[in-house]
Design a protein around this ligand. Structure first.
Ligand SMILES: Nc1nc2c(ncn2[C@@H]2O[C@H](COP(=O)(O)OP(=O)(O)OP(=O)(O)O)[C@@H](O)[C@H]2O)c(=O)[nH]1
Ligand SMILES: [Mg+2]
Length: 200
């Protein structure tokens, strides 16, 4: 496809379903709050702070569409599983996410992020089940690999394989937005998924 990664803009920060976008293939970034979704988008696009990141969880409460080279959207979803938000806020979140997944956009691939340092949470596993039921191909991307030794990282990656053994992620890989580990593979996956017609 030959993506020009410099050609990028925040198309919209959607807060309502009528702002969801159509017309381009989408790569989805989902995962627990603070897992590193926005950092990963910045790393992939080699930008310092296009997607806003934070020490404080719950930063991305909108659904952000980044348009890359007029060819695809990266969709940064709000993080789940942040304990300190109210019940009403969680309800709002799940309705908004459901609306996104029910919206007829061209969803090609999801990167379901988990923290390589910890076992996946129940919500992480639910997310994978949800993607499967929605028929969206997905990868499990284990973030913050730089925070572990090589040995611990590969041990934890093996454990992840076990956690997801009854599910069908296309890949399980380690990633770090600090060292850029895994970056090339993710870019390649994105391009491949978004080239050509849907499901081609
Ligand atoms: N060491 C290290 N820190 C990371 C990595 N990825 C993210 N972080 C840090 O983790 C924190 C959260 O990162 P974000 O990218 O904002 O996380 P998010 O998933 O977008 O969070 P929400 O928008 O709240 O859902 C920030 O302090 C990042 O600097 C990584 O690969 N390595
Ligand atoms: Mg974010």
């Amino acid at each position: 496809m030959g993506l020009n990664l410099h050609q990028v803009q925040l198309k919209i920060s959607a807060v309502r379903p009528n702002q969801f976008q159509k017309g381009l293939p989408e790569v989805i970034f989902c995962g627990r709050s603070n897992v590193g979704k926005s950092s990963m988008i910045n790393c992939l696009l080699a930008r310092k702070s296009l997607a806003r990141t934070s020490e404080k969880p719950g930063k991305t409460a909108t659904i952000n569409y980044y348009e890359i080279d007029h060819k695809l959207f990266l969709v940064d979803l709000p993080g789940y599983g942040y304990a300190k938000v109210s019940y009403a806020e969680k309800e709002r979140w799940s309705r908004f996410m459901e609306a996104y997944f029910n919206f007829d956009g061209d969803k090609r691939l999801a990167f379901s992020l988990v923290d390589l340092r910890h076992a996946p949470t129940a919500a992480d596993l639910d997310m994978a089940v949800y993607l499967e039921q929605a028929g969206i191909p997905y990868w499990i991307v284990a973030t913050k690999a730089d925070k572990l030794s090589k040995t611990a990282a590969s041990e934890n990656l093996e454990k992840l394989q076990e956690y997801y053994q009854d599910l069908h992620p296309q890949k399980i890989l380690a990633f770090s937005s600090k060292t850029r580990m895994g970056r090339d593979e993710l870019l390649e996956g994105m391009e491949k998924a978004c080239g050509g017609e849907k499901n081609a």
